[in-house]
Design a protein around this ligand. Structure first.
Ligand code: NAD
Ligand code: UDP
Length: 328
């Protein structure tokens, strides 16, 4: 009988990591989730042992990725990801992007495992090219408030490529663009959880600047499908994974107000320093190589996310407006 494949997911108790662990279990993998719970939550993975062989190890990837036994895949997601989180944890972010990536790559090298790095669209900085193809080198302020995250990921990419070239490790770099869905931490400060909670509480939605800066929002199930297909391929990347539907942030806020049926309004607040003005993935490579593209439309993903926040937040919910009742 064939041995069950075994995957190690660093950062597995976070938003994306928990969905990825779930997907791997349903695909028949045994899963080891390694997480220091700095921005993730044990609650996110509490249900996973019911789905298959699941082990949780509370450990800091910066000091090592100690996993005994067979390993077929290493998916390195450990890192603060929300601007407020990496702003609060600047040195930790640089350490997990550098030392953490080194340890995760060493594990993959030791076991001849496939390695997938969760990189980010932030490697493009405040881009001067829109949409961003993988060939774009980026426009990053390394000494600005986002520099710790951007440079940690750029270093992680360089190290991953070096391990492929020097040691023949079967690596892949995935550049993930903005993703949203259930299990985002309510207080992580990112646009979707912030706006959904504000709308559900009937508070003004805090739109930064004039709200004309753009993002392209991918629903989590689509993103996880892309990561899973990249894992199953032999492509080295870098490969953009995200939703190419670009929209101004103020439009996102308005969609959330409409879908929650909230009486909330929009209030303009100061724009963070170096906040990228545009962001949109060119996903030609993923379409061609993985035959992948997002299928969940923004409103459908937002409805599912709003439902989840309604169920998981302790708040006085405003009455939904007639048009949106039951629109799930
Ligand atoms: P998250 O904060 O929910 O998850 C990150 C997880 O990593 C958390 O569980 C945290 O506790 C863990 N972690 C952090 N430092 C660690 C360390 N030193 N050792 C062990 N665990 C550690 O964030 P997320 O949105 O799920 O992001 C996951 C990954 O995907 C990150 O690498 C992020 O850079 C990348 N990414 C996410 C997005 C997005 O839109 N969500 C976009 C681009 C890239
Ligand atoms: N944003 C906003 N109000 C908020 C949180 C975020 O207007 O309460 C803006 C933010 O300035 C940025 C966009 O929404 O222009 C996306 O921010 P997020 O933190 O979700 O992701 P990132 O900046 O990493 O793309």
């Amino acid at each position: 009988m064939r041995r069950r494949r075994r995957a190690v997911v660093t950062g597995g108790a976070g938003f994306l990591g928990s969905h990825l662990c779930e997907r791997l279990l349903t695909e028949g993998f045994a899963v080891v989730c390694l997480d220091n719970l700095s921005t993730g939550r044990a609650d996110n993975v509490a249900h996973l042992p019911r789905l298959g062989p699941f082990e949780f190890a509370q450990a800091d990837a910066t000091t090592g990725v100690p996993v005994a036994g067979e390993v077929d895949a290493v998916l390195h997601l450990a890192s603060p990801a929300a601007p407020a989180d990496y702003g609060r944890l600047p040195v930790e972010t640089l350490k997990v992007g550098s030392l953490g990536t080194l340890h995760a790559l060493e594990l993959a090298r030791e076991h001849r495992a496939r390695f997938v790095l969760a990189s980010t669209s932030e490697v493009y900085g405040d881009p001067l090219v829109n949409p961003q193809p993988e060939s774009y080198w980026g426009h990053v302020n390394q000494v600005g408030p986002r520099g710790v995250y951007d440079e940690a990921k750029r270093f992680a990419e360089a190290l991953t490529v070096a391990y492929r070239q020097r040691y023949g490790v079967d690596t892949a770099v995935a550049r993930l663009f903005n993703t949203f869905g259930p299990r985002m931490r309510p207080d992580d400060g990112r646009a979707v959880p912030a706006f959904v909670q504000q709308a559900l509480r009937g508070e003004p939605l805090t739109v930064a600047g004039d709200g004309r800066q753009t993002r392209s929002m991918c629903y989590v199930d689509d993103l996880i499908e892309g990561v899973f297909r990249l894992l199953g391929s032999d492509h080295p990347g870098p490969m953009n994974l995200g939703n190419p539907h670009e929209l101004p942030i103020v439009d996102l806020a308005r969609r959330i107000i409409a879908l929650t049926g909230s009486p909330s309004t929009v209030t303009l607040v100061p724009r963070p320093i170096d906040d990228p003005r545009v962001r949109c993935p060119d996903i030609t490579l993923a379409r061609t190589v993985l035959r992948w593209e997002p299928t969940v439309e923004l409103d459908r993903g937002l409805r599912r996310t709003i439902d989840w926040f309604r169920r998981h937040l302790d708040h006085p919910a405003p009455q939904p407006a007639g048009d949106h009742k039951g629109a799930r």
